[in-house]
Design a protein around this ligand. Structure first.
Ligand SMILES: C[S@@+](CC[C@H](N)C(=O)[O-])C[C@H]1O[C@@H](n2cnc3c(N)ncnc32)[C@H](O)[C@@H]1O
Ligand code: SF4
Length: 451
């Protein structure tokens, strides 16, 4: 209770701040930056440096009420087929712009539900991407997988396409919680999906859980965690439920009176964290856990952990190329986001242009602050010396911010000429600290709760 009181005093339960999967954050992107900038950046890529590729599949057969992802429901395959055709056209446009020899180190399919694709479309999409972005060595390919939307034929197709990692959506196994979030998924279905993926040689498995869901209690979440541990995932993501019904209309179906209160929410996260660490998982950043031998845990221990639009990653490729509706590319000179609505994306590509409609050109200040925020979110410290060697004397601009952070957050932070270090008790407020380094401010945007 003492810790909760302290975090309350620091404003944890009243703050709404970004999750900083990018800096600057997407709400400040400008409509002045779009396809022409995207094309210039693609043409200027260095073929010696592998890129990461993200494909967004904005379709689901079921639409879970809690979900804040950019997706739409469909019971038929016809919109998915048109989408695949458009994505092939997007790749063909990119092929004309990319320098000879660009290779792909990481491929991620997210959504929505990529496993809505039937086997023949899985093969077609994978082949289209690989023809424009041949795989580098080593190569990783991860897919967000809904256990209720996959079968053996899809597993075989994904295996043939070279999938190395799967991320399995669970959220919570308690029937009361599943009913309250409009997502029914048995433990047995999930277990069988994981067994099929392992049998197909998928060497790394992640599971997604969410705390702060309606009707979630300590007992129910503890039982879910125990069940998840029996599945021995290599990584576990434990996301705080982001209740943003102004952005995700389907969340209006969630009974707000059944959501855990601030303290309960904090205790749910704390209990799950303790259970994962007791089971031998290494805590990573604000919401991940990994087995010590997993590449994400190794990256975290070695100070090589990074943060991008998919969250934490061991992927060091500086360039991320987004394909599909709403996907965001991180290009050497800035960010570009494709048209968010599927219809607008189809229309853009259909007209023979790339689909970028908003973005941001990096300034030198963005790069400095972005790296400081990434260090904080990944390592719970800011290494001022490393920033100075990377950005030169300009990095000194952050020293007053370090002092202000120390003044606000007190003894959970150590301040020294080497930068700042956040103690484990201060990790709960790390997003609030990161917001202090945000040169664009966080007011005027409706972010999710900091807790
Ligand atoms: C894009 S979804 C893909 C999951 C996949 N379609 C499935 O259902 O299994 C990826 C993850 O985002 C997380 N997520 C979605 N909405 C969320 C929200 N409102 N708050 C926190 N996490 C959320 C969930 O854990 C989910 O598994
Ligand atoms: S959780 Fe997965 S299946 Fe459910 S709506 Fe979100 S993306 Fe679709």
């Amino acid at each position: 209770m003492e810790q909760i009181d302290r975090l309350r005093t620091l404003g944890l339960f009243d703050s709404r701040v970004p999750r900083y999967t990018s800096y600057p954050t997407a709400p400040i992107f400008s409509r002045d930056i779009g396809a022409p900038f995207q094309e210039d950046c693609l043409r200027a890529l260095d073929p010696e440096e592998p890129v990461s590729v993200y494909l967004h599949v904005p379709f689901c057969e079921r639409l879970c009420w809690f979900c804040a992802c950019q997706t739409q429901g469909t019971k038929t395959l016809s919109p998915v087929e048109s989408y695949v055709e458009t994505m092939e056209a997007e790749l063909a446009l990119m092929a004309q712009m990319l320098p000879e020899g660009v290779r792909m180190g990481h491929l991620h399919w997210g959504g929505g539900t990529p496993t809505i694709l039937p086997p023949h479309l899985i093969a077609r999409v994978a082949a289209a991407i690989r023809s424009v972005f041949p795989a580098a060595e080593p190569f990783e390919f991860s897919v967000e997988t809904d256990p209720t939307m996959i079968d053996t034929t899809k597993v075989v197709a994904l295996q043939a396409a070279g999938m190395t990692r799967a991320s399995i959506g669970i959220q919570d196994f308690a029937p009361e919680v599943q009913e309250a979030i409009g997502r029914i998924q048995s433990f047995e279905t999930t277990r069988d999906c994981i067994a099929a993926l392992r049998a197909a040689g998928v060497t790394s498995l992640n599971t997604d859980l969410v705390y702060g869901l309606p009707h979630q209690t300590l007992e129910r979440l503890a039982r879910t965690v125990e069940q998840v541990l029996t599945l021995s995932p290599d990584r576990i993501a434990l996301f705080g439920y982001a209740h943003v019904p102004h952005m995700s209309k389907r969340q209006r179906l969630i009974d707000e009176s059944a959501l855990p209160g601030d303290e309960e929410r904090f205790l749910l996260a704390q209990m799950a964290q303790e259970m994962f660490t007791a089971a031998g998982y290494i805590p990573i950043g604000i919401d991940h856990f990994a087995r010590p031998a997993d590449s994400m845990a190794e990256a975290a221990v070695a100070g090589r952990l990074r943060r991008n639009f998919q969250g934490y990653t061991a992927d060091a490729c500086p360039t991320l190329i987004g394909l599909g509706a709403s996907s965001i590319s991180r290009l050497p000179k800035g960010y570009v986001q494709n048209a968010a609505a599927t219809a607008a994306y189809l229309q853009r590509i259909g007209s023979g242009s790339l689909a970028g409609t908003r973005g941001h050109v990096f300034t030198a200040d963005d790069r400095l602050r972005g790296r400081a925020i990434e260090q904080l979110m990944c390592d719970f410290r800011i290494d001022q010396r490393a920033l100075e060697s990377e950005f030169g004397p300009d990095a000194a601009r952050l020293r007053p911010v370090h002092a202000a952070v120390k003044a606000t957050f007190g003894d959970v932070v150590d301040l020294s000429p080497d930068g700042i270090f956040v103690h484990p008790e201060g990790r709960a407020v790390i997003r609030m600290m990161a917001a202090r380094y945000d040169g664009y401010g966080v007011s005027g945007h409706r972010y999710s709760k900091a807790s």
